[in-house]
Design a protein around this ligand. Sequence first.
Ligand code: AMP
Length: 187
Amino acid sequence: MRLILLGAPGAGKGTQAAALAEYFGVPHISSGARLRRHVADGTKLGRKVAHYLERGELVPDDLVMAVVDEALARAGTGYILEGFPRTMSQARAAEARHGGGLADAVVFLDLPDDVARQRIAQRMAAGRPDDRDREVVERRLRTFHAETRPVVDYYRDRGLLVTVDASQPLDTVTAAILTALAGITPH
Ligand code: AMP
């Protein structure tokens, strides 16, 4: 199974991607987690991307594509790709590189902004620096609407989109995703 998981900050992308990766027995590829790992390890790429993550701005396409391409090459035929593509240019570039398409289905975790704000405030103590600053959170939400919403629409137009109400409890969201995916034939 090859899935893309998209959603606003606070929608539970990381948690749902981990659950789906376990269910389908495929790797979980999170662009955000991989970028954070580079920052924590102080790699050359990590030093280039750190200030974008701190400010809640999108990392330039070429840098994020390098990280994702490497992970996809290693993953092989199945994966849960979380948080990528985040812009139309990333979607087009990734599709061009992966001729037959990047995913069997695209799961959109739909969440009202107010619930996203509450969720992020609740998980703040757990520790992501970009969850702590209200201005950074607002920038991430704005960026989601401006840059990633068109990607959601693009996959909807291509008949690949599965939309799930992400304001439900986590287990209910996982179950709803699996029900919605039941009719999908994996690659
Ligand atoms: P996330 O863990 O998905 O919330 O991503 C955290 C941060 O990593 C984002 O605010 C961006 O700075 C960066 N990031 C993650 N994925 C992408 C992407 N596909 N394109 C650009 N920046 C990204």
